[in-house]
Ligand binder design. Sequence first.
Ligand SMILES: [Zn+2]
Length: 251
Amino acid sequence: MFEVYALKYGERDTTACQFFYREASHEPVTLHYFVWLILGGPHPVLVDVGAPASDASARGLRGYVSPAAMVERLGIQPADIPLALVSHLHWDHWAGHASFPAAEFWIQAAEVAFWTGPAARYGVYQHLVTASALGELVTLSYGGRVRLLDGEREVLPGLRVHRVGGHTAGLQIVSAETARGRVVLTSDASHFYRNVERRQPVQIITSLPEMLAAFDTIDALAGPGGLVVAGHDPEVARRFAVVEPGVVRIA
Ligand SMILES: [Zn+2]
């Protein structure tokens, strides 16, 4: 049985019309930025690596605390994490990899192919990633620190990744069996609960049909009353137990 924590490393304000698909409302929306830590197995497993201070300031995050410092609050040294599951390669989920120097990074092959392929020429995609961090991914790969996955995969007994795509070409989500039932870490398959609960996509898309199917996958994995953890939603701190500011115990 695993224990799952959401660790907030910053936040940023935007508006609904800038974020949700074909949304007219200008109502303010606050994004929280997280990494997730899974304990209780033979070793800690991190889900996503967040972003370094340079990206946080360049992108206007407020209240930034490094993901590594957040991990340390749970008594885990970042250098002692041997495995990080990377949901996708957007800057806020991948650019912080250097803070976890012993981790092997598990990423869907389709995700790497997309961001190292022809899409890189287009501005609409360029602003979503930190190019230097993608370059470092290739270096890490040649150093034996990247495992490329193709679809669903068991990570440890009771811990799985599931490729859903939609928001990005190879987006993967994570399910973990806990004492409270199965937890589903959606990452950006559902930034907010509003996405999955109202079937309302976001504007950042590689495949709209895949994004909609991902909502079905989240619901199917979680089951009735399931423990869904949205990827950027301040509501996470209300639906689950806040241990201390920025640290939410999911299960
Ligand atoms: Zn994100």
